[in-house]
Design a protein around this ligand. Structure first.
Ligand code: PXP
Length: 238
């Protein structure tokens, strides 16, 4: 059974709508852990659009499961990660204008920089995972960077609109999981996983961890909205 890593970026997105203190991603991390999350994931983006430096310092101190810092291979960010020392770092490609991470890293293209970042992070005792598309040559090259973990990008699977294309994407993830395992890599998966499409991915033998953010935070808004309104109405009306 895979573990669940909960990405709390969008708690911070909501906070940044006001640039004040609420909702606090660190408080959210505590609730996620209490509810059964096996790890907490947060992405310190170069533009700090949601999670900020203070958040990751506090997460490092308070997360009791595993703190997985999502990050680009930008030098400044690698330096910050090396000083914070999360349990794990997941390296992702990052473009300023994108709304969310759009695809896996191109390891063939950025091999030297990725290998250097993996080395710097490993030296600080941080496990390193590479976020990549389920493509054989990317996985093979990922192994050569020295990283021991990969996270297979499930975005294409999520976006498949027909049963045939969804099955094709699912099969790709299954095949590439097996291939990565044959190279000795630990395999995680994530991005775009929702309540209706996670089960087939969770059933793939040997996937260690699923990292899920947006769908959980989106659902949480509705699960909690009724109580939130009731409590405010009670304050006003009593
Ligand atoms: N894994 C990685 C590497 C990601 O970049 C993200 C998005 O930040 C996720 C998982 C979670 O994706 P989602 O928010 O779509 O569940």
């Amino acid at each position: 059974m895979p573990k669940l890593g909960v990405n709390i970026d969008h708690i911070a997105t909501l906070r940044q709508a006001r640039r004040e203190f609420d909702p606090d991603p660190v408080a959210a991390a505590k609730i996620c852990e209490k509810a059964g999350a096996d790890s907490i994931v947060a992405h310190l983006r170069e533009d700090r659009r949601h999670i900020n430096d203070r958040d990751i310092r506090r997460l490092k101190k308070t997360v009791t499961t595993k703190f997985n810092l999502e990050m680009s291979i930008n030098n400044e960010i690698v330096k910050i990660a090396a000083s914070i020392r999360p349990d794990e770092a997941t390296l992702v490609p990052e473009k300023r204008a994108e709304i969310t991470t759009e695809g896996g890293m191109d390891i063939l293209r950025h091999f030297d920089r990725i290998k250097r970042a993996v080395h710097v992070l490993h030296k600080k005792g941080i496990a390193v995972s590479l976020f990549i598309d389920p493509i054989k040559k990317q996985i093979k090259k990922a192994r050569e960077t020295g990283a021991t973990i990969i996270e297979l990008h499930t975005g294409q699977y999520d976006r498949a609109r027909t049963e045939v294309s969804q099955n094709r994407e699912l099969q790709k993830i299954k095949d590439m999981t097996l291939y990565a395992q044959s190279l000795g890599l630990t395999v995680n998966a994530g991005h775009g996983l929702k309540y209706h499409n996670t089960r087939p991915i969770a059933r793939i033998p040997g996937i260690e961890e699923l990292n899920i953010g947006h769908s959980i935070i989106s659902y949480a808004v509705f699960v909690g909205l009724e109580q939130a309104v009731r409590e405010m109405a009670a304050i006003i009306k009593r």
